[in-house]
Design a protein around this ligand. Structure first.
Ligand code: SF4
Length: 101
């Protein structure tokens, strides 16, 4: 009986940890976040404000940016400019810097 209770509690604890990891992994940057607005971040690079950000060039996106911490094929990944949230692979912001080939 005692072992059953311990296993149950360990399972609950493990599930809780897994869920919080999942929740963290799924948190995406909101385009309305102050930091996102300040950097002109958009989840879809083609929607970048081209009039305001003259450095934008077609084809630029988070997935090919030096600061993108996911794999080039990941749908989303971390970016040091947005701590604790993920940017989309297809996103863009004015701090874009092409990843060295
Ligand atoms: Fe995307 Fe690069 Fe801007 Fe980060 S710095 S949001 S990876 S374009």
């Amino acid at each position: 009986m005692k072992n059953t209770r311990r296993v149950f509690l360990m399972t609950v604890a493990a599930r809780g940890a897994a869920l919080s990891t999942l929740a963290r992994a799924q948190a995406k940057v909101d385009e309305k976040d102050p930091q996102a607005v300040a950097l002109g971040y958009v989840a879809d690079a083609t929607k970048a404000d081209k009039a305001k950000y003259k450095t934008y060039a077609a084809g630029q996106h988070c997935g090919s940016c030096a600061l993108f911490q996911g794999k080039a094929t990941d749908a989303a990944g971390n970016c040091p400019l947005f701590a604790g949230k993920q940017v989309t692979n297809t996103g863009w912001c004015s701090a874009y810097a092409k990843k060295a080939a």
